[in-house]
Design a protein around this ligand. Structure first.
Ligand code: PAP
Length: 325
């Protein structure tokens, strides 16, 4: 999740008069964390995120070589960013030795910028002139459709079990706002997740947009799952490398490069690095991006009723799509 979005989302200085006018015509409400949120083109955004989306839609100039890492918040974005950086780093330069790797000196979010922030203004993008440009987003595919329609850039989407994503978000939001992760906050977040009015929601539209495109156009959209990454990391990182056009050679596999990348990008390793223990992006501590990283952690916090409700929504909304949880 982009660090600039959470603590003070209504940064009026960043919101143009035109956008304020647009916001006044949109459905809006205050979310479970007391933040104003509005619905634009079917998706719910904080006001400053909406400004970022509009800037992106107006200004972004895609390149066919761009790689966009997409996700719903708290679905494995940090991990996917680290893995992709490590894969490309290895394919772009043989010189990157163990101690000058970019992941040792910056958080993955510092290396791979979000499209819907001012980091992606034309001037800032100049520093990402290396090809391919590695970019990221939490926007649903429909928000990028018009901008990317003539581009053959590649999109990697990572999805995660929605219940674990909710718990991850609950802890993350509480840590960022420096409040206790109370049951009443969880219940309120659960409600807006279920009615589709939470940040970047509805989650089912988000998932389905990328899922359908990955089925229609598998050369350009790869659909990955957090749980599969945990269960079979070797197979999944090879899948990612093949999709990105930088498959592992036999020599690399025999030489343990796959293991080395997985180890470098493991939660244990990344969270133990000084840069991630003490660093910050704007006002966001890097350490908040790393917690347990376990599959099924939601069982420890959701009641059976809450689980059933989410299961029913998934069943209803994803029916017939071929996408299953
Ligand atoms: P973001 O949307 O703010 O970028 P994101 O990285 O998508 O967050 O999700 C954070 C989750 O990924 C956390 O899960 P948890 O709360 O259930 O523990 C975090 O622990 C987990 N995570 C971060 N880095 C890794 C990693 N290298 N490997 C596995 N899981 C990770």
């Amino acid at each position: 999740m982009d660090p600039k979005e959470l603590p003070a989302n209504i940064r009026d200085d960043k919101i143009s008069e035109e956008t304020k006018k647009l916001i006044s015509s949109l459905p809006s409400h205050t979310d479970s964390q007391g933040q104003k949120i509005c619905q634009y083109q079917g998706c719910w955004y904080y006001y400053n995120t909406l400004q970022g989306v509009l800037n992106f839609q107006r200004d972004f100039q895609p390149k066919d070589t761009d790689i966009i890492l997409a996700s719903y918040p708290k679905s494995g974005t940090t991990w996917l960013k680290a893995l992709t950086v490590a894969l490309l780093e290895r394919s772009m330069s043989d010189s990157s030795s163990d101690d000058d790797h970019p992941l040792l000196y910056d958080n993955p979010h510092g290396i791979v910028p979000f499209l819907e922030t001012d980091q992606c203004s034309s001037s800032n993008l100049a520093k990402f002139s290396a090809s391919p440009r590695l970019l990221s987003t939490h926007m649903p595919l429909q928000a990028m459709h018009e901008t990317l329609k003539n581009s053959s850039c590649k999109i990697v989407y990572i999805c995660r079990n929605v219940k674990d994503m909710l718990i991850s978000l609950w802890f993350f939001g509480s840590a960022v706002h420096k409040i206790e992760p109370t049951r009443s906050l969880l219940e309120s977040m659960f409600k807006s997740l279920c009615n589709g009015t939470n940040y970047y929601g509805p989650f089912w539209e988000h998932l389905l947009g990328y899922w359908r495109r990955s089925v229609e156009d598998p050369k350009h959209v790869l659909f990955m799952r957090y749980e599969e990454m945990k269960a079979e990391p070797h197979a999944q990182i090879k899948r990612l490398a093949n999709f990105l056009g930088c498959p592992f050679t036999k020599q690399e596999e025999d030489g343990g490069v796959v293991d080395k990348i997985l180890d470098l990008c493991s939660l244990r390793n990344l969270s133990s690095l000084e840069v991630n223990k003490t660093g910050k992006i704007k006002n966001m501590d890097h350490k908040f991006y790393f917690r347990k990283g376990e599959v099924g952690d939601s069982k420890n916090y959701l009641t059976p009723e809450m689980e059933n409700k989410i299961d029913m929504i998934i069943q209803e909304k994803l029916q017939g799509s071929g996408l299953k949880f």
